[in-house]
Design a protein around this ligand. Structure first.
Ligand SMILES: *[C@@H]1O[C@H](CO)[C@@H](O)[C@H](O)[C@H]1NC(C)=O
Ligand SMILES: *[C@@H]1O[C@H](CO)[C@@H](O)[C@H](O)[C@H]1NC(C)=O
Ligand SMILES: *[C@@H]1O[C@H](CO)[C@@H](O)[C@H](O)[C@H]1NC(C)=O
Ligand SMILES: *[C@@H]1O[C@H](CO)[C@@H](O)[C@H](O)[C@H]1NC(C)=O
Ligand SMILES: *[C@@H]1O[C@H](CO)[C@@H](O)[C@H](O)[C@H]1NC(C)=O
Length: 842
């Protein structure tokens, strides 16, 4: 049967596999796009808390049964599909602490989001896309930014929320300027600030509770001194969390520190927090608020799978290994955990060679452990605990593994997991993937490592380990991951048995505060579960091995990142990218890829099915670097430009590459593409006229619709370019947009610009190496002896019939306007054809 090889080691087979992976955030601040939809209305930013009651007449709204919500104007739409599942987060700045914590939770739960700086320069992003809402939920890091928004934007946002049933989460952060008591402007809600609180309880009647279990009192002071509590007698407000003020010994009055607005006041449902997320219970309630306010569209189920790996069985140093009593405790604890996690079983990773390598007492522990072989799940490390990448060939590696097999009659690796391969930090970016049939799941750390074996020596003290468990990182890992595989080591189960302590305590905490249904599965089934749950994780994302020292260390010494291209020419098709490819190849410092053995043309690595073959395959397309400092490889695949996946993949492997795209009039491009298809005898292109193709409707034959999409979609320049910008946006110099028309009429000037863009020391004057061929009507490479080398034949007419032109002008109009804004933002010159097009629009 079996299982998981600990990847830390498997990975080191890497000369065989070389998989480096990196997952990028798919959501990135789209600062570029948003600021075009500004309303230049001056903002009032002063806090506008009207004087209110004094702090001593605080009282709490009594809990009451819930009003039925769906009748309220603009509550959650029942089908839930009128908005995109994207959260709009207004943060105070890109670096604000709370904003980052909000984003971290969204990312961990894999919820899509977009951040905007509020107040910004008055920018409210576009909220709708035709009939659809673009956001399912609004979050304000500082709710006052919402309350004090100018009337125009406020109206816009409120109307959006009501029409699309979109709710809001806001945090109230008291500062020196906040009045102690005030009314929240425009709401029947009073705030009392700068309080110290203690003894928090969850309102069991709160409708938003999902994961959160309201049973226990959190005793003791809540973190921070400047809490705000909410008070109202309006029936729209329902407390979620209640706490006492630290001073109010006698009265025992409970104040609302998190309040839910049921939408009865103005039709918008809200959840307001009187403090940031540093209190762990706020994180739990925040996750429930996300779920409730989005009608469970952004919601994790209550099912949680947990697997605990114990690595290095038999490997531990003499004196730190498990003795007979430790092994017994392990079995007992396992039985105890099974009462709450059915069939819970520790998953033991072993290296056979070190069996009986401890003291006599520890050797007896080994014997007992072995006698319990059926009690546990097992998986192999290397026989002698070596790093697989130190083996020169696969047969020797296999031999080593077979030794383990002789011992246990089980080996073989179909599923494995890793916490550092990819070596991604923070942990929320770890992803599973499948490579060569081996399924790799992400692994979590739980605060325990080989060296953490005694309570008293725990880094930061024993209370630090408790903090990690009780609402800290370990708790959050389980809260936010449907499947958690934890790494621990043999030494955590001898000595003070911190492993047993940790998981018993974690379980107890989870059962006390959550409704999570804890389960476990053996690795193979767990992998099935994982890839069912995250189907998009099957594809690896190859990462630049030289960007991470640990990756570089396990990479074959013979390989070099200089064998990767430093420039990608991404197309699109039929804009002149092929001519540019030829011209670039004429430069002595630039070397192009070898042509593909399969297609004889482009490699299409990042956009095509060859991506799963891995980076060794890709590197084979480039010569071994002779002199790494001067070799400058480039690659052209015109399919990259409009590919959904090419940009994120290219940025993962080639984060420092330069990108060139050639854009010509999309109308001209579409027509040229169609003619190209005809020239290559594409049956559909031969059958239908250009006008048929571009105007085909939803009812048209599928073949025609497919042709139409391939013809028109690459011309949505703004859409594709902004995707590339998202991944190559660190500095704008990385992407150069070349005007396809200028490339045609004055290629030498374009080449000059490109050489500067690439920072080539060796500037070549292309006036001397290119010649205009009057017969063909374009510029060609000038060869020795006055001959020219040209690409292809002269083409037919540049533009289609008038009617088609009119149709396409209109079709591409909005996209072209967006493109001009993008290029402006990038500080790039607008191509002549685009300027002309924009003039015609006005
Ligand atoms: C939350 O507030 C506390 C107390 O004011 C502060 O120490 C902490 O850094 C804040 N955390 C975040 C994430 O803003
Ligand atoms: C709380 O607010 C008071 C003023 O109201 C301020 O003096 C104090 O520094 C604040 N404390 C924290 C921890 O932010
Ligand atoms: C709520 O309180 C306000 C002011 O304290 C008062 O004017 C109002 O009548 C109260 N409303 C209800 C429903 O009790
Ligand atoms: C693998 O390496 C071993 C020892 O270095 C050698 O004896 C064996 O021939 C090698 N096998 C292959 C297939 O290269
Ligand atoms: C390698 O490149 C450097 C500068 O780029 C040059 O000085 C040196 O001569 C080159 N070496 C070889 C062997 O080409």
């Amino acid at each position: 049967m079996l299982s998981v090889l600990r990847l830390r080691r498997l990975v080191r087979q890497v000369p065989l596999q070389t998989s480096f992976i990196f997952l990028f955030l798919l959501c990135i601040l789209s600062v570029f796009l948003s600021s075009y939809f500004l309303f230049a209305i001056k903002r009032k930013l002063e806090p506008s808390l009207a004087a209110g009651r004094s702090a001593d007449d605080l009282y709490v709204t009594p809990s009451r049964p819930l009003p039925f919500l769906s009748g309220v104007g603009g509550t959650l739409s029942s089908d839930g599909s009128r908005t995109d599942p994207v959260v709009l987060v207004f943060v105070e700045s890109p670096y604000s602490q709370l904003g980052q914590e909000i984003v971290a939770i969204l990312e961990s739960a894999r919820f899509r989001y977009r951040t905007e700086i509020s107040p910004g320069k008055g920018d409210m992003p576009t909220l709708t896309d035709g009939q659809r809402g673009r956001f399912v939920l609004i979050i304000y890091e500082n709710i006052l930014k919402y309350v004090n928004m100018d009337a125009w934007n406020r109206e816009l946002l409120d109307r959006y929320c009501i029409e699309f049933g979109v709710g809001m989460i806001g945090f109230f952060k008291a500062n020196e300027k906040s009045l102690l008591s005030a009314q929240l402007k425009g709401f029947p809600l009073f705030l009392h600030s700068n309080l110290g609180l203690k003894d928090c309880t969850v309102n069991p009647k709160s409708p938003l509770l999902h994961v959160t279990r309201a049973q226990q009192v959190f005793s003791g002071p809540l973190p921070g001194d400047n809490w705000t509590v909410f008070q109202s007698n309006h029936s729209t407000y329902e407390p979620v969390l209640l706490a006492k003020t630290r001073s109010a010994e006698s009265t025992g009055l409970m104040h609302t520190s998190v309040v839910q607005d049921l939408g009865l006041h103005d039709g918008i449902q809200r959840v307001l927090f009187g403090h940031n997320l540093s209190f762990w219970l706020h994180k739990l309630v925040f996750v429930d608020a996300l779920s409730f306010l989005t009608a469970k569209r952004l919601s994790l189920s209550l099912e949680r799978f947990i697997l605990v790996d114990i690595d290095d069985i038999f490997v531990g140093k003499e004196g730190t290994r498990m003795k007979v009593a430790d092994v017994k405790a392990l079995v007992e604890t396992q039985n105890e955990l099974r009462r709450s996690i059915p069939d819970f079983t520790f998953n033991l990773g072993f290296s056979g060679k070190f069996f009986h390598a401890g003291t006599d007492e520890e050797d007896r522990g080994d014997d007992l452990l072995l006698s319990y072989v059926e009690e546990f799940w097992w998986f192999p490390h290397m026989w002698s605990h070596m790093q697989p990448h130190r083996f020169h060939n696969q047969s020797v590696l296999a031999e080593q593994m077979m030794l383990n097999r002789l011992m246990f009659h089980r080996v073989f690796v179909l599923v494995t997991s890793t916490e550092e391969y990819p070596h991604l930090k923070p942990a929320r970016f770890r992803r599973g993937f499948i490579h060569r049939g081996i399924r790799v799941l992400p692994r979590q750390t739980c605060g325990l490592f080989t060296h953490t074996i005694f309570h008293k020596d725990y880094p930061g003290g024993p209370q630090e380990l408790e903090r990690i468990i009780d609402g800290g990182e370990l708790f959050l890992t389980v809260l936010l991951n449907p499947i958690s595989i934890f790494m621990t080591h043999l030494s955590n189960y001898g000595n003070d048995r911190l492993g047993l302590f940790t998981f018993k305590r974690l379980l107890n905490f989870l059962l006390t505060w959550t409704h999570l249904k804890l389960q476990t599965l053996p690795p193979l089934q767990l992998a099935d579960k994982y890839f069912q749950r995250f189907p998009s994780d099957t594809e690896p994302l190859w990462q630049d091995p030289c960007e991470d020292k640990r990756h570089k260390d396990i990479w074959s010494k013979e390989k070099t990142c200089d064998r990767f291209p430093k420039l990608l020419l991404i197309g699109p098709q039929k804009t002149g990218a092929t001519a540019l490819y030829l011209f670039l190849g004429m430069h002595p410092d630039l070397s192009s890829n070898y042509p593909s053995k399969e297609t004889f043309e482009e490699i299409q690595f990042f956009s095509g099915h060859s991506y799963h073959r891995g980076i060794d395959w890709y590197m084979e397309y480039f010569p071994l670097p002779s002199n790494s400092s001067s070799d400058y490889y480039f690659e052209k695949s015109a399919s990259y430009f409009d590919s959904d996946v090419a940009a994120v993949r290219a940025a993962a492997l080639l984060p420092r590459a330069r990108i060139i795209t050639v854009l010509s009039d999309p109308v001209e491009r579409a027509f040229a593409w169609y003619q190209h298809q005809r020239a290559h005898a594409d049956p559909a292109a031969l059958k239908y006229s250009f006008h048929d193709v571009i105007t085909a409707s939803h009812n048209a034959p599928v073949k025609l619709q497919v042709l139409q999409k391939r013809c028109l979609a690459p011309g949505w320049y703004a859409t594709h370019l902004s995707r590339w910008l998202e991944h190559y946006h660190h500095d704008q110099v990385r992407i150069l947009v070349v005007d396809g028309q200028t490339l045609k009429t004055d290629p030498a000037s374009v080449m000059e610009k490109i050489q500067t863009f690439l920072g080539l020391e060796n500037q070549v004057d292309y006036h001397k190496t290119l010649a205009f061929d009057p017969k063909k009507g374009f510029w060609c490479q000038l060869l020795d002896g006055g001959k020219t080398k040209c690409l292809g034949k002269s083409k037919g007419p540049r533009y289609p019939d008038k009617q088609s032109q009119v149709f396409l002008r209109k079709y591409y109009r909005d996209g072209n306007i967006q493109l001009s804004k993008l290029l402006y933002k990038m500080g790039q010159v607008l191509p002549g054809w685009l300027r002309e097009d924009l003039l015609n629009i006005r």
